[in-house]
Every structure is written in structure tokens, then in C-alpha cells.
Design a protein around this ligand. Sequence first.
Ligand code: OXD
Ligand code: MN
Length: 596
Amino acid sequence: MAALTQNKSILSWLDEKVDLLKPEKIVWIDGSEEQLEALRKEACESGEILKLNEDLLPGCYYHRTAPNDVARVEDRTLICSKKEEDAGPTNHWMDPEKAYKMLYDIARDAYKGRTMYVIPYSMGPVGSPLAKVGIEITDSIYVVLNMAIMTRVGKKVMDVLGDSNDWVRGMHCKCNVDPENRWICQFPEDNTIISVNSAYGGNVLLGKKCFALRIASYQGKNEGWQAEHMLILGIENPKGEVKYICAAFPSACGKTNLAMLIPPEGYRAKGYKVWCVGDDISWIRKGEDGRLYAINPENGFFGVAPGTNEKSNPNALASTKKGTIFTNVALNLDNNTVWWEGLDKNPPVNAEEWTGIKTNGVEWKAEGKNLAHPNSRFTAPAVNCPCISSEFENPQGVPISAFVFGGRRAKLAPLVYQSRDWNHGVFVGSIMASETTAAAAGAVGVVRRDPMAMLPFCGYNMGDYWKHWIEIGETLDPEKAPKIFNVNWFRKDDEGNFMWPGFGDNLRVLEWILKRCDGEVDAQETAIGYLPYAKDINIEGLEGEVSLESLESILDVDKDLWAKEAEGIAEFYAKFGDKLPKELAAELETLKANLK
Ligand code: OXD
Ligand code: MN
């Protein structure tokens, strides 16, 4: 098949990879529906995917990964910079020369008898000044079909790239999905990603975490912009004005739910609307007017299925009703549709659970077993989302009013607080911590530090990354810089009950945040930053769920707990040695002094 480009840097890279991998055939993904449809047919014939009920789920497919390959593998995710110091204490590092040799030895001849698919893709609207191009080669049609949802693929991408060498090289080999030889390697200095022995989305859709966060964060540092693990949402007030917020949460803290939030009844009646620009990643750059602008580099949602339902996230659910690929959920054999925990109260009786065991779903659940894997996913086109923003395709992005950080903290962090200024905001992001979830392999429920929700996604030394944040702040007029906040939807009372209803009601907190941005509401200065007066958070319509007193207790700052926290922060910061920006060390000292 003829190449879709004459770009020499691409063609010579591909020649090398063909020599290494020995594919039987090469297929360029041109982005046409005909080609994608032919690939879907082929993958159905081979059993790689299964066509779901065309009437109920038009254009939807089902896929299972190997049971040992269901999540990102952080201990096998490497940053391969020349100097170990440049990967920093929070990344796993390998010398690039050693890593290339190891990976090429694993991958040699991996495509023998197979097809090499060459996927040209754009992260961000094609041709946008904030977008970037990648090429992923893969031997998996599943990867091609997912990339065609999650990114913009095809010839048009090669056309905008032209002869430029500014593109990210991505090589994926499914191999035997051998967990002992599974590696997800980023070479930030070479714009290169190599992923072997996995077929799980987060490890193999190379545009997502590998490029749009790990490689892009490093590019952003060098080029004066930011790649962040942040959703982007727009809040439209009754006057029709829309303000945008970027928010970072560790995996599975309800980020997709917040990105597609449905305003509470009373707000809807007044005319409030929420628009989703992105649910996972933001690329952010200063615009000509001096404000920060963000695009969502992705084109779809790779969302966690369990827990998604009509109540928690009707917009996400609606997004999965056509053109979606489901991975590791359960199959309802009666009507050839899908099911997952939390979808509804009726598990299918005649079912296959996620590994393919035929079962009576009701009995299966009665035994306490899951039908869908806890990290099962949907890959859904963003255009399906009923609340997708009209600015989703805007090549200039949207202006950001606020950055919001958050995590799961049962006791410590109040419902919301605002940083005193930009550097304090960077501090607030840097001290984020949360309980782990099923999105990454490893223990669930352990508290871990996750600065800016970037711990597994920062492609370079986290100390340098914080410095980059501080330097970005120095270029901004404080009047125009986004204000920085922290939220915690997960505070629990002494009986272990959540104290805040979450979901759509989170808009009540976002409303306070936007009022602060506009200087419309006062706040109380505390040891950790500005907190709302309870009366300023609108709880109208929450009767029976949240009282003014309980709101006051979600807003309290326990100085003893925070003093302990400060010790934990100091311990964490110590890992960074002289890479810790002095501004953050000073913020920690201020916090300690404030707590005395
Ligand atoms: C994800 C994540 O988005 O783990 O999949 O953060
Ligand atoms: Mn994510």
C-alpha cells in the first residue's frame, strides 16, 4: 500500500521498523469509514472483537483483553532519559540505550505473518496551533479502531505535518501479552514511545497517556506550554456567558462525571448549563490576550464503565450508545448488549462475565463476584456526548478561569479552598494525595501522593515540572492568570458516610469558585488558604442531605491533622533534593508557621 506521506523522517523510521518487525503487510490508516469498516469486519471474523446488537447499540463492538492485561502497569512504565536525574524520583528510569536494546530484542520479528498498521494521528483538532502529530504502528486492529475514536486519524494529518520532523514515534507490539516482558517506555528526548506485550488501552493507545501526557509534558517544558491530566468544562450561566475550568483528579475520582455534570434541578430551571470540552487531558498555552487557553487533545472518551449509569452520568452513558467499543465489561447473551456493575440493578441472567465464563449473572453477583472488570472501559466518540461543548473543535482552545485540584481525602481536605496566589496554588497541586483505585494495577485503597494527578504521567523530573508551573506563573499577569483551587468531594463523617452528595451538586462548589474568580464573594483566610463562608455555598434544594452545620464541618480545617500532613509533605518533598523549587519549600514553611 502506498505511503500516505513523502516525509523522509517518517519513511526512514518506518523502514527501520519494518526491518525489525518483519510484517507481512503494511496498511496505512487513511481515516476513511470504508477502511475502518473493513477492519471491523476482519476483526469480527478473527474473533478479536464482537459485533453488538445493531438495533440497541448501533456500530458498537465488544472486546476482551487477556485477564493479566487489564490496567496500566506503572512499575513497567519507564522514562528513558539520558540522565536518571531527568526522570526524577517518582518515575521508573532506564538508560535509553539499554532500553532500546531490551525492547528491540523483545520486538524483533514480532509482526511476522502479521499486518503492520500505520496510524497517522493528531492530538488536538487537525492543524490547530496547539495540536501535535504522532504515528503509531501496531499489529492490533483493536488498537487501530480505538485510536480512530480517541484521536483524529488519517491522511489529513500527514498533509498538515508535511516535511516536518516534529512528530512522535510510537511503536506497539502486542507480542504474547507476556506480563514478564511488558514494557511501556517513553524516550522524551527522542519523541519516542515503545509499548510491548500489552493490549490494554492505557498501555497501547499511545496518543493518550504516553504521548498526550508523558511526552507532551516534556515538550511543554521545552516549548513553554503545559500538558496536564485535567478535564475541561464550561459552565454557562443564565445570561449565556460561559466560563471554563480545568480540573485534575487522580484516576477514578469521578473526573468523567464532573466533566459531564448535569446541573441540579434548581440550576437547570434558572438556565445553567455545563458543557464538556474534555474528560481527561488538557494542553494549555498562553493566548495573545495573555490568558491561558486549553484544548482537549483527544477525540473520544476512554471511560471506566462500572458505576456509569443514568444517575451518575447520563451524558457518558448516552455517549456509549453508538460507535463505541466496550472492553472487559459483561455480555448479555439474551440481547447481545453489555452490562457492568452499577449500570442498573438487573444483571443479565444469561451472561458472559468479562473473561468469558458463561454464567447466571444474578447468581454470580449473589456470590459477590463482578461480572465486569472494575477497570472495564468504553471507548466512545466525543461527538456522541449530549453536552459536548461547541468549542470542542476550536483550534484556539478555550480561556481558563480556574484550575481545580482534588483527591479522595476522607478527613483532611475541606470541600473547597482557594490558594492565596499562583505559587501557593502550585503548592496546593503539588501536595495532592488520594486513595488508589482499580485504574492502575496494584493495591486499592492506599493513600498515595499524586501531585497534580500527574504522578504516573509526568515525563520528566517532577521537581522540574513544578518549576515549570512556577515559571508559567511568572509569565502571567496575575489579573489574567487562572485562580487555583482544591476540592474534596469525598470527605467522610465519623460513621464513614460521605458528607457531600457529589455528582451534579458539585456545581454548587464550582459556582463558588467562579464567583471567587470574578471577585463576587468573600472568603475566610485560614492556615491553608481561602475557605468559603458556609452561607456562600448554595444548598437550596439539598434539604435533608446537607445542612448549614454539616456544610460547616466539611469546611473545617483540623490543624492537628494538617500539622501531620505537613510532615508527610516534607518527607515527600525531601525526595526531590535540590530539584525542589525554593518557592515550594517556602510555601511549606508558610503552612507550618500558619498552623502554629
Ligand atoms: C485514565 C487514568 O484516564 O488512569 O485511564 O487516569
Ligand atoms: Mn486519566
